[in-house]
Design a protein around this ligand. Structure first.
Ligand code: ADP
Ligand SMILES: Cc1ncc(COP(=O)(O)OP(=O)(O)O)c(N)n1
Length: 417
């Protein structure tokens, strides 16, 4: 698939055509880009907006359309020149345009004045979808009313916010529920509209494309790159395929370790999709990792979603404290070991004696341990209880990271012997 992104250049890579290209690439979609303006900026401010000449814009269009067959185009920061050239190409190539009307930066630098907004209205009337945030939507509607302009009825309008509202013919078609991650990330709107465009180019219908893109955007926020002045979008696609591959590779690594920290009840390792809703969003072994009589272990079962409720409950609880944490493995508890591990890992615990009635031990214990720690530690342990084996639980961002922690723990354990 190939999509075209037309927008401004942000040297920090957080927004603009850099974010567009990163997003498309992460989704295996090739993304030529046409630059409209060079916009030196960072998370603190925009320094200037330098618009490229008409001739340069025309040559960029010429070069791209000579090279590629384009069906879907995503637009970010535009200029009057860029809109005028694009309008001609829409007619000539029957382009489907997803227009993200970036009227100002999050740092409040204006990207559009009234003259440009009038050109935007022409573009909206030749677009497939526009994705204004609530403020941009209100500004556009007010502008059309004050200037007696009209937006075509059958234009798809996605008003983005935490919940996104899809409008068509002035009716709400669907609301896409989200939830706020407590982080302001530069470039989220760019990532979202480009992800929608990429999924459309893959053949998804509009509602499917928006739904997939929203999950993708949430991941790009969860895994956003922290810099000196804030956070920058980090397009990240964690699909069921990614999770299964991670778990199988983690088990491959385990097989090549002299792993023997196996509790009597056996171990399991699990990994979830980003922001898991329930155990069906978590993959684990349908069986267990169990000791054999030769001092080694067997890996019993296959990696499947919904396979492990026990470890899934730990992940589901931990991800509420840190959405980056998507994996966990339970290993054998050892008093001397856990003392030494406190120097190498962050550790928290719970005591089954304090467990209230009628709760899920894992949900209650994990939540308590995370509350005590103020986030998600590397390790959560408990010393067991009546008929309950003591246990160490290793947590991490994915199954491979968890297994690598287990490898370090196993080496420390071996050194005690
Ligand atoms: N901190 C956040 N937590 C969760 N979702 C977010 C966050 N910031 C942005 N989003 C999502 O990213 C998409 C684009 O964000 P929005 O702020 O609406 O656009 P823009 O950045 O263009 O103003 C929306 O679907 C919104 O739900
Ligand atoms: C070159 C460029 N394009 C787009 C933007 C908008 O990014 P941001 O200000 O972070 O807002 P969202 O992408 O989150 O809507 C920009 N600043 N620069």
């Amino acid at each position: 698939m190939v999509i075209l992104a037309i927008g401004g250049y942000d040297p920090t890579g957080g927004a603009g055509i850099s974010a567009d290209m990163k997003t498309a690439h992460t989704l295996n979609v090739y993304c030529p880009t046409i630059t409209t303006s060079i916009i030196p900026q960072n998370n603190k401010m925009v320094y200037e907006k330098f618009d490229l000449s008409e001739n340069n814009i025309k040559n960029q269009f010429k070069a791209v359309f000579e090279e590629f067959d384009i069906e879907y185009v995503k637009t970010g920061v535009l200029t009057t020149t860029a809109i005028n050239v694009l309008l001609k190409y829409i007619d000539k190539y029957e382009l489907k345009v997803i227009c993200d009307p970036v009227l100002a930066s999050t740092t409040k630098f204006p990207f559009a004045n009234k003259e440009l907004l009038a050109e935007y209205i022409k573009l909206f009337n030749k677009s497939f979808l526009i994705t204004p945030n609530r403020q941009e939507y209100n500004e556009i509607i007010n502008f059309t009313k004050n200037n007696k302009l009209k937006i075509k009825d059958d234009l798809n309008i996605l008003i983005t916010g935490i919940n996104d509202i899809l409008l068509k013919n002035s009716k709400i078609i669907k609301t896409f529920k989200g939830f706020r991650i407590n982080r302001e990330v530069h470039g989220t709107g760019c990532v979202y509209s480009t992800a929608i465009t990429a999924f459309l180019s893959k053949g998804r219908n509009l509602e499917e494309a928006i739904k997939e893109a929203k999950k993708f955007t949430l991941s790009s926020i969860i895994y956003s790159k922290k810099s000196k002045l804030g956070y920058n979008s980090n397009p990240t696609y964690i699909s069921k395929e990614t999770v299964i591959k991670n778990l199988n590779y983690a088990l491959y690594l385990l097989k090549h370790m002299n792993f023997n920290l196996i509790p009597e009840v056996g171990s399991n390792i699990a990994e979830s999709l980003p922001i898991p809703k329930d155990f069906r969003d978590v993959a684990g072994l349908t069986g267990r990792i169990i000791k054999n009589k030769l001092g080694g272990f067997y890996i019993v079962g296959d990696v499947e979603f919904g396979a492990s409720e026990h470890i899934a409950k730990i992940i589901l609880s931990a991800s509420k404290f840190n959405p980056e944490i998507r994996s966990c493995m339970n290993i054998k508890y050892d008093e001397e070991l856990i003392k030494i591990l406190q120097d190498k890992f962050t550790v928290s615990s719970f005591d089954r004696k304090d467990e209230p009635p009628d709760v899920s031990t894992m949900e209650w214990g994990t939540t308590l341990a995370c509350e005590k720690f103020g986030g998600v530690p590397d390790l959560i342990y408990d010393k067991g209880g009546e008929g309950k084996e003591p246990m160490i639980r290793v947590l991490g961002r994915d199954a491979v990271e968890v297994i690598k922690k287990v490898e370090v723990i196993q080496k420390i354990y071996n050194s005690l012997r």
